[in-house]
Design a protein around this ligand. Structure first.
Ligand code: ASP
Ligand code: MG
Length: 465
């Protein structure tokens, strides 16, 4: 069997829904379980409504109305007048009323708990799953909604709950398996779950991928398909380099690196259950279904090693701490990192010399306090508006000439920090923000353009597999 997960954009309108239904029909023989996100913008609207109500702002009512209209329009465009349309319109109304009850309570109590927020947020996928299932039925499929809360059992971490696979396994076996065996297509709202005692939870933003991953892992799917509106994970930002291409194969580690750089397609923590079970994940484009997409799979199935993408991230701050007394001393790094820990601030890249240490931060909320505390340990300098530019890939330790090619490519750019760490999947440099695009272009030209292919062919690079 396979899992087919569709994101909001893929189901945004009646024609997108019909296209999705056709795709599911094409894969019917592979026994698909369908997992769907909410319609676009819906989760934001829901959260917004709840927060407005908690702040005693009556505008929450506008959000409710917007939510109702948005779903009604899709239903009315998808279905001719008749019982299915009337049933779905009544369902939309019912859930908007349920939401109104929640918001009224939040408004009255001026209190919004994570638990309540999850009950509110879950409404998006509860609605979209019914709409998607009906689109499949219109396409001649025997599709049935399965309330995710009866299958996706999670802990009580409201707002970002973790699925409990042991609790889920029997439910998946008893509920989904028989449906697949009799040719039914189960449709689940992603992102949504429930605690063992039945309280609604969500898996966190982007959590529909997480639902696909756990279902796929528990059913030992042949493949989990993540359908979105891009050709896959791209080897460079298409906004920077016109010649961007989808990467055919990546390891989960490479996918995780790319996620940090904003490849929003897959959240590494969300797909972990599937990765651990060895279930391959394929990112596909609903707008271009015949494109091969990107296959995320364990190392054995991957092709030769080498760079797969150039990624970058702006808005980075570099903190440099130097302390001549650090020479030969121990415990200095611990003291430095305790400062970041004290302020709950994540450090991304690190580079050290005998007497200095550079780190990069995304989150500068506590920078002032951090700087103050670090000043007690050594001389502190801050560089703002920098960017991390990374060459991502695998097997870099064994890739001869890689560093030379990177630094030759970057010879016209001022590099303020370099990092190449144990995971062997990424070499990163930090440059001034204004130089980021130029650095990305240079690296892309060196490793991924046709010119790079020619170089490879003449044997100047020697990727080992
Ligand atoms: N609808 C949820 C969100 O917007 C979950 C998802 O789409 O993955 O975050
Ligand atoms: Mg997504």
């Amino acid at each position: 069997m396979i899992v087919m997960k569709f994101d909001g954009g893929s189901i945004a309108s009646h024609d997108r829904l019909r296209a999705v239904a056709k795709l599911v029909r094409q894969h019917k023989a592979r026994k698909p379980v369908v997992v769907t996100s909410a319609l676009p913008k819906v989760t934001d609207l829901l959260l917004d409504a709840a927060h407005l109500a908690a702040a005693r702002q009556n505008e929450y009512d506008d959000r409710l109305r917007e939510l109702g209209t948005l779903h009604e329009e899709v239903v009315e465009e998808l279905l001719p007048d008749g019982p299915p349309r009337r049933r779905l319109l009544a369902y939309v109304k019912e859930l908007v009323e349920e939401l109104r009850t929640f918001c009224t309570a939040v408004y009255a109590l001026e209190e919004l708990t994570p638990r309540t927020l999850d009950a509110v947020a879950a409404i998006g996928e509860r609605l979209s799953s019914e709409i998607v299932a009906e689109a499949l039925v219109q396409e001649g499929l025997r599709a049935e909604v399965v309330d995710a809360r009866t299958v996706v059992i999670t802990d009580e971490g409201f707002g970002s709950a973790s699925p409990r696979l042991a609790d889920m396994a029997p439910r998946v076996r008893l509920k989904l398996k028989p449906m697949l065996d009799t040719g039914l297509v189960p449709v689940l709202g992603g992102y949504v779950g429930a605690t063992r005692s039945g309280v609604t939870t969500t898996l966190g933003r982007g959590g529909a991928d997480g639902t696909a991953a756990v279902i796929g892992a528990l059913l030992e799917a042949q493949e989990i398909q993540i359908w979105t509106e891009v050709d896959g994970l791209m080897n460079v930002d298409p906004k920077v380099v016109a010649d961007a291409r989808a990467i055919p194969n990546v390891s989960p580690e490479e996918a995780a690196e790319l996620a940090y750089f904003g490849a929003k397609v897959l959240h590494p923590a969300m797909i972990r259950p599937a990765v651990e079970k060895g279930v391959p994940i394929r990112v596909l484009n609903t707008l271009q279904p015949s494109a091969p997409g990107t296959l995320v799979s364990a190392d054995e199935q991957l092709g030769p090693s080498g760079p797969c993408a150039v990624a970058y991230r702006k808005g980075i701050t570099v903190v440099l701490i130097s302390q001549p007394r650090m020479l030969m001393a121990s415990g200095f790094l611990r003291q430095v990192f305790e400062v970041f820990e004290r302020y709950g601030t994540a450090v991304d890249l690190i580079a050290t010399s005998e007497v200095s240490i550079s780190v990069t931060l995304d989150d500068v909320e506590h920078l002032g306090a951090i700087k103050g505390d670090l000043a007690l340990l050594g001389e502190v300098r801050i560089l703002r508006e920098t960017a991390i530019v990374s060459l991502v890939g695998r097997g870099f330790f064994r890739y001869q000439g890689l560093a030379r090619r990177i630094f030759e490519a970057l010879s016209g750019v001022n590099v303020v920090m370099i990092s190449f760490a144990a995971s062997d999947v990424n070499i990163s440099v930090v440059v001034e923000e204004a130089d980021a695009e130029r650095a990305v272009h240079s690296l892309h030209r060196e490793f991924f353009s046709d010119f790079a292919d020619e170089k490879g062919a003449t044997g100047t690079s020697s990727a080992l597999t």
